[in-house]
Design a protein around this ligand. Structure first.
Ligand code: MRU
Length: 347
């Protein structure tokens, strides 16, 4: 399976997701500013992956910070990484985790602080892979044998430390011997489905077909799709789900056609401070992503554009939310709170 991000002695190494699938190239970030830039420019993307990147970015920043100004530099490092992308809550969750550790290390020699932060960032990475395997194990029984699974965007190994959330459920179903294939929505405008999901599944020899986003309704009506599985960037306490733009349309079409719509996400994607999805900040991205395809204009000059990167699917369209601690179903207010409290980390 592809290595998305890695802590090395040379720096934080990431596969460049802006260049896949044509070029497999790795970027080495030697400073926290380079990590922040990699998140902003989507060299690395996907909610859990940017959380891991941010944790490693904090560790990298502290490794280069001066002892005399450590506290203020730490604040700047965290604020800079937090300002990269607004929607995926895993980014803020990971930075808060590093902040809590840093606070607990006050008074220790700088070498010990640096070592502890590096260890913690690597733990965030290792935990994420274990969490995704647990999500896969919990979600696999929901995937019907002999059917097609529809997914949107990329919630795979590339969007996490490894294995994936939605694609983790698909991987677990394949590992369990189920005969399934995958339809990947291309996911305009950034084409995470076409470029990343198809590439990633091909690496693992999991049968996949690419469809354009506007074909999803046609196939959901056809009876071929056994279920939809997608990831999430933030889940409010009532079960509303922010995920890649276009997810909402797929969810409505799934419900209309009686196809189960599953969301696979770690507990760290829950934001129980928010009552509903209306409060989730939605990132707006550059117009050029819509007016151009790989630098080639596909619209007249000066075309006005809206480019929200995410939408919110109301929980009434969500059949179940698959986490590492179990599967939540409506009423989500209760089921999500119970899962979050299971390990005592209720936000
Ligand atoms: O803009 P992106 O590519 O970071 O958006 C990614 C998604 O919307 C994913 O579905 C989500 O982060 C879940 S990844 C396991």
């Amino acid at each position: 399976m592809v290595e998305t991000i890695e802590w090395t002695t040379r720096g934080v190494v990431m596969i460049d997701q802006t260049r896949l699938p044509r070029v497999t190239e790795f970027v080495t970030c030697q400073t926290y500013l380079e990590v922040a830039d990699a998140i902003k420019t989507m060299v690395i993307r996907g909610a859990p992956a940017i959380g891991v990147a941010a944790a490693m970015g904090v560790a990298l920043g502290v490794n280069h910070a001066a002892e005399a100004t450590l506290d203020s530099e730490f604040e700047t490092i965290c604020a800079t990484l937090a300002a990269t992308r607004p929607t995926a809550v895993n980014l803020f969750w990971a930075i808060d985790r590093m902040k809590r550790l840093y606070a607990s290390l006050q008074g220790q020699p700088i070498a010990a602080i640096r070592a502890a932060l590096v260890e913690e960032a690597q733990l965030v990475y290792r935990d994420d892979i274990a969490i995704n395997r647990a999500i896969g194990a919990n979600g696999e029984p929901l995937v019907p044998d002999g059917k097609t699974v529809l997914t949107h965007c990329n919630a795979g190994a590339l969007a996490t430390a490894g294995y994936g959330t939605a694609l983790g459920v698909i991987r677990a179903a394949v590992e369990a011997g189920k005969r399934i294939d995958v339809f990947a929505d291309e996911t305009r405008p950034f084409l995470q489905g076409a470029r990343l999901t198809v590439w990633e599944l091909q690496q693992d020899n999991i049968p996949v077909k690419l469809i354009t986003d506007n074909m999803a309704g046609h196939f959901l009506k056809s009876g071929r799709i056994g279920c939809v599985v997608v990831g999430a960037d933030r889940i409010a306490s009532n079960g509303d789900v922010a995920n890649k733009i276009g997810t909402y349309s797929v969810a409505v079409l799934a419900k209309e056609n009686g196809v189960p719509f599953y969301v696979a996400a770690p507990i760290s994607t829950l934001d129980l401070t928010l009552a509903s999805g209306d409060q989730i900040p939605i990132e707006q991205r550059p117009a050029s992503e819509v007016t151009e395809v790989f630098g080639t204009p596909v619209a007249p000059e000066n075309t006005q554009v809206e480019n929200p990167a995410f939408d919110v699917t109301p929980s009434k369209y969500v059949t179940a939310i698959i986490t590492e601690r179990g599967v939540a179903r409506a009423p989500y207010g209760e089921s999500l709170r119970a899962l979050a409290a299971a390990e005592g980390d209720l936000k």
